[in-house]
Design a binder for this molecule. Structure first.
Ligand code: GL9
Length: 751
């Protein structure tokens, strides 16, 4: 390795800069990964997604190629640290939350299982915004992550895409994706050569009408006005049209005559953003001389759809005049599909184009693909029983569940090397390829030496997180405290506001002389969509409370609140291994699955959660003694929505502790550091709307969390034992298992 690296740098390793070493390692990874490119036979998967939240790639690729230890040690001998070199790599900004990270985990598992499966998406120049805090408020700036070093390389392949009657050229960029001891697949990203980062003005604002210059600047451009919504359609069609042309070209090059497309390609539609791939493929097949009826059958056999949410706001539906404007070439096809759907059912609620001339993207997916899946058992059940019940009655065989998973290469091997090597010492390294082997750890749940080792590893990880945060944000954390972490997108349904009310409650208890069983460090990481006012108010509430606490030494001995700025994959890799208590407190029925819950569990955190999404399956796996469950059930919640009988004010008035916490939002203490307008609005929202029923779960949450704090303080060994059980039972949540299920039930790749 020493000779290779010296060769690539063209100088002694010890005299090379971190930037030179980074470039050398990129070359090394690229060359090695090309050796694992294998020919495709039979069916190949195309996973089309608006997001791929891939995270930094260097270390992950080194691990997957089996080079990590060698490179790390060779660098160390020359006085260099791989961690410093990794700092050279900008984090790709191609995703937002769980949906995008899931797509990235899936690509890793596909390549690891040696399955032919490529991603198709967009090459955003700034992706999701960069978050920074000023005056306890979130600010957004562009994240210029694309550098010359970027591993996604431009190709000479371009496809014509017609947007609002004008033709643009979609250029293909390819990023190799190498599996762990597996094959190398490709993430295909499309971009326009004319996109111009200099059009970005104040913050992240830009002229939304100038498509040639702005098309791929940002992921999820602000859709609070019509131009923003149109821009999203421009992006989506650009992605699927170029993607569909790529798919047809690749298949034809392998001998496909297009009548047999479904033998060559499986297309997974990741949420509704890529739904237009259905009419686009029908259109393209038509241009190749295939009759409409046959094209519909071919496309149905090729495409499958994953639903990732039951939140109405995220199930895209567009006024038809938007589509008339942007994709007039698709409208005649969508109309015909709608007519066919209407011959299949009298139920107007299942139409593609409804009586208000609104086009329902998910409806098109379900009618004209062969599979619809939810992403956790509870979620799929809710789809079948309520959200998509009409469709389920019509097409019972299309519906199936695929509980989400995470790649253990990134979320254990890469982010938690100490825990990984301890596991390896105990049970060997078979778990790296077969995650179910983690169950072998159950043999050690009474081994006090092992439990003490687990505790030491957690403590070290907490110290590392604390050092990183001290350096980054000047925050000093008490590493003797219990670390509770809630990191995920900021959304009312995820209920960061419930955690906020708890922290206010603790603050007031401590002020009143009732100190908790253990000091608590409560850590948040979350970005709020720039136009989502209440979400930003919740961030403001948390940041303001954080300052109130840190200015009060009497309280901060017992309680700290830290908000990690610009939460992203790299931050998650530092936070998750340091967590004791994983906050998964969404309103039951609203979190389709969650995947952070799985990452925390795998790294030895106990979950404090509602019976929602994959929490339900985590609870089943570990048993009630090894998880803290609280709150209303999804049945109760769905009932309250149906009956429209929830009244927040009743709860506010009935519970003095809750009232005290909500009132505190606009107290003198808070107003000293906070903004009255933000805090009043948040308070008003909680008392008068509380759409996600925070108030009914407040008491149960306080009780369970205080119980967890007590258990942590009173019996550390038992806590570690329960930690080990969580790690041992995490195997089911490997994305290798998820991908194997998709392959077996839906894709049948390579066959
Ligand atoms: C999401 C769900 O909210 C999560 O519960 C789920 O784990 C992921 C992956 O299936 O999908 N659906 C969704 O729209 N997002 C999710 O994270 N959104 C974003 O990531 C933006």
């Amino acid at each position: 390795m020493k000779a290779t690296l010296t060769d690539l740098c063209q100088k002694e390793i010890s005299t090379a800069t971190d930037a030179e070493l980074y470039t050398a390692l990129l070359k090394l990874v690229h060359e090695k990964s090309q050796q694992h490119v294998k020919p495709v036979t039979g069916r190949k998967l195309y996973y089309i997604s608006a997001e791929f939240l891939i995270g930094k790639l260097l270390s992950n690729n080194l691990i997957n190629l089996g080079l990590y230890d060698d490179v790390r040690d060779t660098l160390a001998e020359a006085g260099k640290a791989l961690a410093d070199i990794e700092e050279q790599e900008p984090e790709p900004s191609l995703g937002n939350g769980g949906l995008g990270r899931l797509a990235a985990c899936f690509l890793d598992s596909l390549a690891t299982l040696s399955l032919p499966g490529d991603g198709v998406g967009l090459r955003y120049h700034c992706g999701l915004f960069h978050q920074n805090f000023k005056n306890n408020v979130q600010n957004e700036t562009p994240d210029f992550w694309l550098t010359d070093q970027c591993a996604a390389k431009a190709t000479d392949t371009v496809f014509p895409v017609s947007l609002a009657g004008k033709t643009y050229s979609a250029r293909l960029y390819k990023l190799p994706v190498t599996g762990y001891e597996g094959r190398t697949n490709t993430l295909n990203l499309f971009d326009l050569d004319t996109v111009d980062e200099s059009v970005i003005g104040d913050g992240i604002s830009f002229d939304k009408k100038d498509i040639a210059k702005n098309l791929t600047l940002f992921l999820y451009p602000d859709d609070s006005d019509e131009d923003g919504r149109l821009l999203r359609i421009y992006q989506q069609y650009f992605m699927v049209s170029a993607g569909a042309q790529l798919i047809l070209d690749e298949c034809m090059a392998r001998g496909c005559n297009l009548h047999d497309l479904a033998d060559y390609a499986a297309i997974q539609i990741n949420d509704t953003h890529p739904s237009m791939v259905i009419p686009e493929l029908i259109r393209l097949l038509g241009l190749h001389g295939i009759e409409f009826e046959e094209a519909i059958q071919i496309v149905t056999d090729t495409c499958a759809y994953t639903n990732h949410t039951i939140l109405a706001e995220a199930l895209e539906k567009w006024p038809r005049h938007y589509l008339d404007t942007v994709v007039p070439q698709l409208m005649p096809i969508i109309e015909k599909l709608d007519a066919i759907a209407k011959t299949r059912t009298d139920n107007a609620a299942l139409a593609i184009i409804d009586q208000n001339q609104v086009v329902h993207m998910a409806h098109m997916d379900i009618h004209f693909s062969h599979s619809t899946n939810g992403v956790a058992t509870l979620h799929t059940q809710i789809l079948k029983e309520s959200e998509l019940a009409g469709f389920y009655q019509m097409y019972p065989d299309k519906f199936n569940n695929k509980t989400n998973g995470i790649t253990f290469r990134r979320w254990l091997l890469k982010c938690n090397p100490a825990l990984t090597s301890e596991i390896e010492n105990l049970i060997g390294d078979g778990f790296k390829k077969d995650a179910s082997e983690l169950k072998k750890l159950l043999a050690y749940t009474d081994d006090t030496e092992v439990l003490s080792k687990i505790r030491t590893i957690k403590k070290d990880n907490k110290k590392q997180l604390a050092a990183w945060l001290a350096d980054k944000q000047g925050i000093r954390l008490n590493t003797d405290a219990l670390f509770s972490i809630q990191s995920k997108r900021l959304h009312e349904y995820k209920r960061q506001q419930l955690n906020l009310l708890f922290l206010i409650h603790e603050y007031l208890e401590i002020k009143a002389g009732h100190v908790p069983a253990t000091p608590l460090v409560s850590i948040f990481g979350a970005k709020a969509a720039p136009a989502y006012i209440i979400a930003k108010d919740i961030i403001h509430g948390l940041l303001t409370l954080s300052q109130v606490i840190s200015e009060d030494p009497q309280v901060s001995r017992w309680l700290q609140l830290a908000f990690v700025e610009n939460y992203n994959v790299s931050a998650a890799e530092k936070m998750i291994p340091a967590c004791d208590l994983s906050e998964q407190i969404s309103l039951a029925s609203k979190e389709a699955s969650g995947t952070g819950n799985m990452k925390f569990m795998l790294n030895g955190a106990l979950t404090l959660g509602t019976m929602d999404g994959a929490n339900v399956e985590i609870a089943e796996a570990v048993g009630n003694d090894n998880i803290y469950i609280f709150g209303q059930s999804s049945k109760q919640v769905i009932h309250h929505y149906a009956a429209a009988d929830y009244c927040a004010r009743d709860w506010y008035e009935a519970d003095p502790n809750l009232r005290r916490a909500i009132d505190f939002l606009t107290s003198e203490e808070m107003l000293k550091y906070g903004d009255e307008e933000h805090l009043k609005r948040l308070q008003h929202e909680l008392i008068n709307k509380d759409w996600f029923q925070t108030l009914p779960d407040f008491n149960a949450y306080v009780v369970r969390k205080e119980q967890a704090m007590k258990d942590y303080a009173v019996n550390p060994e038992d806590w570690s034992r329960r930690t080990l059980i969580n790690i041992a039972e995490a195997g089911f949540f490997s994305s290798d298992r998820t991908i194997a299920e998709y392959d077996q039930d839906i894709w049948h790749l390579g066959k």
